[in-house]
Design a binder for this molecule. Structure first.
Ligand code: CIR
Length: 260
């Protein structure tokens, strides 16, 4: 695995649909501004391209408000793509929309058949292992099914716990390089990153934890100056992208793409 956990050539994104204003959210802090969201999404795609990604931009899906958060419906590894089984009932149908796209791009595509549930936002692929957080959306049965699939390809999967009240495991962490994780202190306190170097988000800047490393760039949500400084001091090249509208739907940098 090693650097393949952040060295990529491709990405898949999906344009937000106007009905994204009906997207799921843990707490209602107002509907997203659709025009601002489109602008931010375009900036996100352009930044991935700047990082070297050939981006497959899928068209908006009017029937699926959360479908711009493509990360949750698949896991892309160098050897294969795995279709997830979302724990959110309104998102289950997004998988069938992604399946043909992945079948065009991967020789091997398999699906989590159930009965368990698992969403990509709960999966962190590092250089050493695949960490999967149990959450409201991802259960042990879903994780066990994924573990069986990836074990054939030599991956070791480790089940951890997404802290209560946090949507996905990666809401609170991201991979920065082969041995470094960016994480909130509350997630790091659970002990799941033993053996890694961990950089903490600054106090009050927990939402910065959902960033992504894509080749030489780290894409992080804008508005978190202290965490930004920590990453820059550690030598990372960071691009800040406005995420105010996706944040109203509990979405961030990782959710908006599949990277491989
Ligand atoms: C949801 O609740 O499913 C969406 N509103 C947000 C999904 C964010 N996805 C992610 O963190 N991977």
């Amino acid at each position: 695995m090693s650097e393949s956990s952040y060295q990529f050539t491709r990405a898949i994104t999906r344009k937000p649909a106007p009905n994204i204003v009906h997207g799921l959210r843990a707490e209602d802090i107002g509907d997203p501004d659709f025009d601002q969201m489109l602008q931010d999404h375009a900036h996100y795609v352009a930044t991935l391209q700047q990082a070297g990604a050939a981006v497959t931009e899928l068209t908006a899906l009017d029937d699926f408000p959360d479908s711009t958060f493509v990360e949750d419906v698949a896991l892309c590894l160098p050897e294969l793509a795995i279709l997830m089984r979302p724990g959110a009932p309104s998102r289950a149908g997004e998988v069938a929309q992604m399946a043909p796209v992945l079948r065009d791009l991967f020789e091997r595509v398999v699906a989590i058949d159930g009965p368990g549930f698992i969403e990509g936002g709960d999966i962190l692929v590092t250089s050493k292992q695949i960490l999967v957080g149990r959450s409201e959306r991802t259960d042990s049965a879903g994780i066990a099914e994924l573990a069986e699939i990836v074990s054939y390809h030599g991956y070791s999967l480790h089940e951890v716990k997404t802290p209560a009240g946090i949507l996905h495991f990666k809401t609170d962490c991201s991979l920065l390089d082969a041995e470094t994780i960016l994480a909130t202190p509350r997630l790091d306190a659970s002990g799941c990153f033993e053996g890694y170097r961990v950089i903490h988000t600054a106090r009050g800047e927990e939402a910065a934890a959902n960033s992504i490393r894509y080749n030489d760039l780290v894409l992080m949500p804008a508005g978190f100056p202290h965490t930004l400084a920590r990453l820059q001091d550690a030598g990372y090249e960071v691009r800040a992208i406005n995420n105010s509208e996706c944040a109203k739907l509990d979405g961030g940098m990782s959710c908006l793409s599949l990277r491989f």
